[in-house]
Write a protein that binds this ligand. Structure first.
Ligand SMILES: [Zn+2]
Length: 298
């Protein structure tokens, strides 16, 4: 929400030519994250980047969980050098020739150059504390982790590859999907909405075959991702204070015309409401995943 506010302020012609210092300073502050020090958005203290990285990108002062990309998430969860990436031959296309402020095709190329990734996802087999698993991580750094055809197809193929098959004597693998997403990718319109049904159907087949799916929700998990696979876990874990919801709080507030309760749409609130099974700090996530795999006998 704050992002939209700042982008409307910086983009387009300014309504008045004169600018005050209060308008200039936030832009300067925003450039700090590139350097050695950065300001924690939660406690506003200055944090030394090296300390933050050594602490799994969790603020040492207030335990605020910073947002991280898929590559880093894989490094944090998988045993060293055990992750084998799969389904990397999928390429995003632009069948609708979609254009908003920028053509979708150009936007894709710019994002691929910026992140070095084909799309907003990484999936593959790995070991977590010695237990083999199918690990899928959405990537927030690529178009806000939005779910287009490539993201949906990668998730579906990962689930299918991990689904037990009795006839073939294949026991399957536990599926772990770490979500962080702005929702369905609007540039792919209906095609991205179909991914919701496709991923959910694949999970239903996994469930019928007796497979295990652990869903991990991180900040933010919203829109079509929350409305499909992310909420279908046999076990649903969430990182502390992650924003999890379908529509944004402002939209809901305007629709129902009521004050929203404190901590609305945060992990802890969802835990109380029964939508999340456990809130797990980043440092404990590997242990928790390994324990759940053992517990389910997979
Ligand atoms: Zn902090």
């Amino acid at each position: 929400m704050t992002k939209t506010a700042s982008s409307t302020r910086t983009s387009g012609p300014a309504p008045t030519p004169a600018r005050t210092w209060s308008e200039v300073r936030p832009a300067r502050r925003a450039s700090i994250p590139e350097g050695l020090w950065l300001r924690c958005p939660s406690c506003a203290k200055m944090v030394y980047r090296r300390h933050l990285e050594a602490n799994l990108n969790v603020c040492p002062e207030c335990t605020h969980h910073f947002r991280i990309g898929a590559a880093e998430r894989v490094l944090q969860l998988a045993d060293p050098e055990t992750f084998t990436e799969m389904f990397t031959n999928l390429q995003p296309t632009d069948p609708l020739k979609f254009k908003d402020l920028k053509a979708y095709r150009e936007r894709l190329i710019a994002e691929q150059v910026k992140t070095g990734q084909i799309d907003a996802i990484r999936a593959g087999k790995c070991f977590i504390k010695g237990r083999e698993a199918m690990l899928v991580c959405l990537d927030l750094t690529f178009m806000m982790g939005s779910m287009g055809s490539v993201v949906g197809e990668t998730i579906t193929r990962a689930i299918e590859a991990a689904t037990p098959n009795k006839a073939k004597g294949y026991a399957g693998l536990p599926v772990i999907i770490v979500s962080c997403s702005g929702g369905a990718r609007m540039q792919e319109a209906g095609l991205s909405l179909m991914q919701m049904a496709k991923t959910s159907a694949a999970l239903a087949r996994l469930d019928d075959a007796g497979g295990l799916f652990i869903s991990v929700l991180t900040d933010p998990t919203t829109g079509g991702v929350t409305a499909s696979f992310a909420m279908l876990g046999d076990v649903i874990l969430a990182e502390p204070r992650a924003l999890i919801g379908f529509a944004g709080p402002r939209v809901i507030q305007q629709t129902i015309r009521q004050e929203l309760p404190e901590g609305f749409q945060r992990s802890e609130f969802l835990l109380k409401s029964g939508l999340v099974d456990r809130v797990v700090p980043r440092a404990n996530m590997r242990t928790e995943l390994a324990r759940l795999i053992d517990y389910s006998g997979r």
